[in-house]
Design a protein around this ligand. Structure first.
Ligand code: AGP
Length: 364
């Protein structure tokens, strides 16, 4: 991939369009069918050390933090290691307890974000083991970490991160599978996840082929002054990232909430002028998500669902291909990248360089 725009009107559009190839690249050469696992050469963590990990703490900022939230869920689901993600910018200011049995993972597209780098340096000073999940090869965070894995998204020029988010989540799926197969993930489940990973590039292409419909939906909702994004468990970080995308590039105010929290306050905001984007995977929480949509409809809220089948409660549904439950979050955010892009385009925004933002925040 080059820095050339290659016929696209913006880098954002180019980078969204490159995602099938980018995911193919992060998978390439890493899958080991013989043992239903993956090889991540640069981790510097042998099987005995991996078994000794009691907890995983993921640190990143912005979009990388959201990718880390999905990563933490993947690690808990596949490797059964307690894991969570926290903004590095918060972690470094709260004098955290640094535990020798915790594996820390710093996640960054640029590998230069100061808050992440400062967190890594503080952790290293306290004797912690830190891995990097980084896109830019040889960047400061990659150099500072004890090991890690590159995300191989290729150059990302647009300030608004898209393909790197997707590839980072796939890199976390690989890490979770690798750790899982060292621990208690069965051969059959390893195989199931590998088959799911292999389907991703074609499924991404299928989603991107739906661009005209997503463009029409963006026009439909462009009058919104504010939008609500909801999801539950696997869908929640997807909602958070989609909300960040929309506000960064269109400047429309957006909020993300767990669907389960609506009744604890944000339901008060629902009215026709505040549409909701609902992430509704076909998983064990489908009925719960339908119930949340029903509550929104009862308050005259408009709903755009991203789902695996048309949702009757929603005004519109973007249907995405189904993968394994654990891997669904990788795909469900992609149409919402296009949604944010087309909303911003229609509003005449400076898509590749939104106001007040920099590609990498290398200062405090
Ligand atoms: C992404 O769309 C943002 N512009 C921003 O949140 C970004 O993800 C964040 O600043 C972290 O950057 P990094 O991944 O290079 O560390």
């Amino acid at each position: 991939e080059s820095y050339d725009m290659g016929g696209h009107d913006t880098y954002m559009h180019k980078e969204i369009s490159e995602q099938a190839d980018a995911v193919d690249r992060v998978l390439r050469g890493r899958i080991d069918d013989r043992f239903s696992t993956v090889h991540l050469g640069g981790l510097n963590l042998d099987a005995r050390e991996a078994r000794g990990v009691r907890r995983i703490k993921i640190l990143g900022c912005g979009t990388s933090y959201h990718a880390g939230q999905i990563g933490a869920q993947l690690i808990e689901e596949l490797a059964r290691i307690p894991a969570d993600a926290e903004p590095a910018s918060e972690f470094r200011y709260r004098n955290p307890v640094v535990d020798p049995d915790t594996l820390y993972v710093a996640v960054s597209q640029s590998g230069e974000t100061y808050d992440v780098l400062a967190a890594v340096q503080e952790l290293k000073r306290k004797g912690a083991r830190v891995l990097g999940v980084v896109n830019v090869v040889g960047s400061a965070i990659a150099r500072e970490a004890d090991g890690g894995t590159y995300v191989h998204a290729g150059p990302e020029v647009c300030v608004v991160s898209t393909k790197c988010f997707t590839n980072t989540v796939v890199a976390f799926a690989l890490l979770a599978l690798h750790l899982g197969r060292i621990r208690d993930l069965s051969v059959a489940d390893g195989k199931r996840i590998i088959e799911g990973l292999r389907k991703l590039p074609a499924q991404i292409t299928e989603i991107l082929e739906n661009e005209d419909e997503i463009k029409k939906l963006a026009a439909e909702y462009a009058d919104a002054k504010s939008m609500m994004f909801i999801g539950r468990v696997r869908g929640y970080p997807v909602a958070r990232e989609a909300s960040l995308k929309l506000k960064e590039v269109s400047y429309i105010h957006a909020e993300a909430y767990p669907a389960s929290e609506l009744k604890h306050g944000p339901l008060a905001l629902i009215e026709p002028a505040m549409p909701t984007v609902a992430i509704v995977p076909d998983d064990e929480l489908l009925e719960k998500n339908r119930a949340a949509m029903e509550e929104i409809k009862a308050r005259s809220g408009r709903i755009l669902a991203v789902a695996h089948q048309v949702q009757e409660k929603a005004d519109h549904t973007i249907v995405v291909p189904k993968n394994e439950n654990e891997l669904d979050p990788i795909l469900m955010g992609i149409p919402l990248q296009l949604f944010a892009y087309h909303t911003a385009l229609a509003m005449g925004r400076d898509i590749d360089k939104p106001r007040n933002l920099a590609k990498s925040v290398t200062v405090e």
